[in-house]
Write a protein that binds this ligand. Structure first.
Ligand SMILES: [Mg+2]
Length: 253
């Protein structure tokens, strides 16, 4: 077959994401807790007695531990099914709600939710791509059209790797997270490639391999060797094995 386009999942495909998410989650919440406490203290000393009562409310993260934030996001996702994949929206909304319940006025709750999300996005982008990835994409980019398709909130343009991806689809923000076919179709339309001439690479069986295959794309699934593969889905142990698969696909008639 002749391949024209390759689409890539990002998290846990081009880098290991587990540690990144944990650091980001804990890091931005701890930052918010500390920055907010400092701000409240300054306000208390400016406003004196009247605001003194507010000082007895305790720290934000004591009142709402990280676990409570997670539960709130899940509840919001349940209440707003269309937004369930728009993690940035869910996070900002949940934070603003909790901050409001903590006692901040609406405008301050919105302000601190935004500041915390800025911090979140800085930490979220501190990813370390697998060592082979930059060169791999460089080579593939000479022969194929490349796109990224993520359900996550990494903006690939903020990373050095972004230069390899003229097309980057943020499926959650499209309100159509994978396995919805729309992000795949959007990428292929922008690359002007037919599904039958495209390969999708990703680590999720449900969100990468199966939906790509249903559209008639080839799928490279990065996962354990624990299941029978339907025709058109090819297993890789690591993204570095991709060139070998591509050579094999290109040789096939
Ligand atoms: Mg992934």
């Amino acid at each position: 077959m002749r391949l024209e386009a390759i689409t890539f999942d990002l998290d846990d495909t081009l880098w290991d994401n587990g540690g990144v998410m944990r650091r980001t989650e804990e890091g931005h919440y701890a930052w918010l807790d500390a920055a907010l406490a400092e701000w409240l203290e300054e306000r208390l000393s400016e406003q004196g007695e009247v605001a003194h009562q507010a000082g007895t409310r305790g720290r934000f993260a004591e009142r709402f531990p990280l676990e409570a934030f997670l539960v709130r996001r899940q509840r919001l996702a349940g209440a707003h099914p269309l937004r369930r994949g728009d993690f940035t929206w869910l996070r900002r909304r949940a934070l603003a709600d909790l901050l409001g319940e903590y006692g901040l006025a609406a405008e301050h709750a919105e302000h601190w939710a935004s500041r915390a999300m800025e911090r979140f996005m800085v930490l979220r982008h501190e990813v370390t791509p697998h060592a082979e990835v930059d060169e791999l994409l460089d080579e593939l980019g000479r022969r194929y059209q490349l796109a990224s398709i993520t359900n996550g909130n990494v903006e690939i343009a903020r990373l050095a790797l972004g230069r390899h991806f003229p097309v980057a689809i943020a499926a959650g923000e499209l309100l159509a997270p994978k396995p919805d076919p729309r992000p795949f179709l959007a990428a292929l339309a922008q690359l002007r490639a037919a599904p039958s001439r495209a390969l999708h690479v990703g680590d999720s069986w449900e969100e990468d391999a199966l939906p790509a295959r249903r559209l008639g794309m080839q799928a490279a699934w990065i996962g354990p060797d624990d299941r029978a593969l339907p025709a058109g889905i090819h297993r890789l142990g690591h993204v570095r094995e991709l060139p070998e698969l591509i050579r094999w696909l290109e040789r096939r008639r």
